[in-house]
Design a binder for this molecule. Structure first.
Ligand SMILES: CC(C)(COP(=O)(O)OP(=O)(O)OC[C@H]1O[C@@H](n2cnc3c(N)ncnc32)[C@H](O)[C@@H]1OP(=O)(O)O)[C@@H](O)C(=O)NCCC(=O)NCCS
Length: 153
C-alpha cells in the first residue's frame, strides 16, 4: 500500500488581535484576525486574508487569498469564497495574476452555504443561505438566490 505525502497546516503565522477565540481544528495561515473575533471549527483561512474586529466565522468555511472581511460580520457555516473564476477556461493552476479579490464591508451577514464570487459588498448587507453572489452589491439590503438578487432593503 502506498503512503501519501502528508502535510500539516494547523495554525501558523497568524496575526491575532486581542481576545480572539478559535475552535480547533482549523487551518489558519498567514492571515490577520482582528480583536474579539470568533473562528469556529473546520474553517480554512488563507494567507493575506484580513478579518475585521468582532467578526464571527462559524464553521466549515473557506476564505481564500485576496479576501478582506470587515468588522462585526457574520460568516455562516460552509461559506465558500472564490478567487479563481476559471476566467481562462479552467483553473488558474497557480497563476495568481488571474485571481480576483473580494471585499466585504462591515456588518455583513452571510448565510450558510453561500458562495461568494470575487465581488465587493457594501456595509449592512444580509446574504441568504445558499446564495451565489456573482456581482458587486452596492446597496445595503437582503439578498438571496442564485444569482443573488435583492429581496428587500
Ligand atoms: C435571506 C433571509 C435573511 C431572508 O429572510 P426573510 O427576510 O425573513 O425572508 P422570508 O423568509 O420572508 O422570504 C422572502 C422570500 O424570499 C425567499 N427566500 C428566503 N430565503 C431565501 C434563500 N436563502 N434563498 C432563496 N430564496 C429565499 C422566500 O422563499 C420568500 O419567497 P416568496 O416571497 O416567493 O415566498 C433568510 O431566509 C436566510 O436565508 N437567512 C440565512 C440564515 C443562515 O444561514 N444562518 C446561518 C446561521 S445558522
Amino acid at each position: 500500500m502506498n503512503r501519501p505525502e502528508l502535510r500539516q497546516v494547523g495554525i501558523r503565522d497568524v496575526a491575532f488581535g486581542a481576545g480572539v477565540k478559535v475552535v480547533e481544528p482549523c487551518n489558519l495561515y498567514g492571515c490577520t484576525i482582528g480583536d474579539g473575533c470568533f473562528i469556529g471549527p473546520f474553517n480554512e483561512i488563507q494567507k493575506g486574508v484580513v478579518i475585521g474586529a468582532r467578526t464571527r466565522v462559524q464553521s466549515h468555511s473557506f476564505i481564500c487569498e485576496l479576501v478582506t472581511v470587515g468588522e462585526d460580520c457574520f460568516i455562516g457555516h460552509g461559506v465558500m469564497f472564490i478567487n479563481d473564476t476559471f476566467a481562462s477556461g479552467g483553473p488558474a493552476r497557480g497563476r495568481k495574476e488571474l485571481w480576483c479579490e473580494t471585499r466585504i464591508g462591515n456588518r455583513v451577514s452571510i448565510g450558510s452555504n453561500a458562495t461568494i464570487m470575487p465581488v465587493q459588498i457594501v456595509d449592512d448587507v444580509v446574504i441568504g443561505a445558499g446564495a451565489v453572489v456573482t456581482k458587486d452589491i452596492t446597496v445595503a439590503g437582503v439578498y438571496a438566490g442564485s444569482p443573488a438578487r435583492r429581496l428587500r432593503m
